[in-house]
Design a protein around this ligand. Structure first.
Ligand code: AMP
Length: 293
């Protein structure tokens, strides 16, 4: 595995390979866990060369957020990447001019709801850095986790709107054995926080099961989740069910794919998670009676 720390270096390393081999790219902020590793594994199946970047992008953190506290574990991450067969690891000190970027990208849709509502400018920071990284790496494929569903939706739209020659590939959410979505920020959780945090998964799962059982009213589904969050003493930043692609709100589940989203602060961590909700047209009967057998 080769490690590059500057734009010139990664460009020089990839240039001779580009015409003969395909490149799959996995952008990360490091502190790698099994979620990241699943993206890397997918990248290896899609293309000849796997490039991973590790860069804690200051542009996507607002003042007062955890930019300085964000865990940086480069040596361990590099070992994980090497063992996973990553070909190139890009770890720049910075990607911006000294006085900050003059030109940035702005998402005019999809970015003002869910995480965008409480983190104004966050997704503009994300798409600006992803655009810079795409220009450097020029990947054929880029893999992003469904854990950050809104980010994935915005990046898909960026690639479409700006006609970028890269295929965006989404990848399943990887969870701990009990269901908590893996996140670099889980390491902010104390033991007690960790137990409390499980309610996010349980609330999403309860909505998913209710939808599967035939419940179609968003209000009812949300109240099922709210009860679980209340019992765990979690006040969500948002608890929402939206159209999976347009991210518009819904009152009823229908044939259009829907997704449930939760964000909440647990201890020092701000956690997010989401799950698809099935639209079940033929709900199972609640129970089997003697007569119906
Ligand atoms: P981050 O390092 O948090 O910026 O994440 C880098 C990439 O890993 C993003 O595409 C995330 O969506 C993805 N990712 C983070 N956590 C998970 C997870 N638990 N399962 C799958 N992908 C994840």
């Amino acid at each position: 595995m080769r490690i590059a720390r500057t734009t010139a270096e990664i460009r020089r390393q990839l240039k001779p390979l580009r015409s003969r081999q395909t490149i799959a790219f996995v952008p990360t902020m490091g502190c790698l866990h099994a979620g990241h590793m699943s993206l890397i594994e997918k990248a290896g199946k899609l293309a000849d060369i796997v490039v991973v970047s590790i860069y804690v992008n200051p542009l996507q953190f607002a003042a007062g957020e955890d930019l300085d506290a964000y865990p940086r574990t480069f040596d361990k991450d590099a070992t994980l990447c090497r063992n996973a067969g990553v070909d190139f690891l890009f770890h720049p000190a910075t990607l911006y001019p000294k006085n900050g970027p003059t030109i940035t990208l702005k998402a005019t849709q999809l970015s003002d709801c869910l995480c965008g509502a409480s983190r104004p400018g966050h997704f503009d920071g994300v798409i600006t850095v992803v655009n810079i990284l795409f220009n450097m790496i020029q990947p054929d494929f880029a893999i992003f986790g469904e854990k950050d569903w809104q980010q994935l939706a915005i990046i898909r739209r960026m690639v479409e709107d700006l006609q970028m020659p890269v295929e965006i590939v989404g990848s399943d959410i990887i969870r701990e054995a009990d269901g908590l979505a893996m996140s670099s920020r889980n390491r902010y959780l104390s033991d007690a926080d960790r137990k409390q945090a499980l309610a996010l998964y349980q609330a999403l799962r309860a909505m998913q099961q209710s939808a599967l059982a035939g419940e179609k009213h968003v209000k009812t589904l949300k109240s099922v989740a709210q009860n679980i969050l209340d019992a765990a003493d979690i006040r969500p930043e948002y608890l929402d069910i939206r159209c999976a692609h347009s991210l518009t709100t819904k009152r009823m589940l229908n044939e259009q794919p829907a997704r449930a989203f939760i964000a909440a602060r647990v201890g020092k961590a701000r956690l997010i998670d989401n799950m698809p909700l099935a639209f079940n047209t033929t709900p199972e009967p609640a129970s089997c009676t003697e007569d119906s057998r």
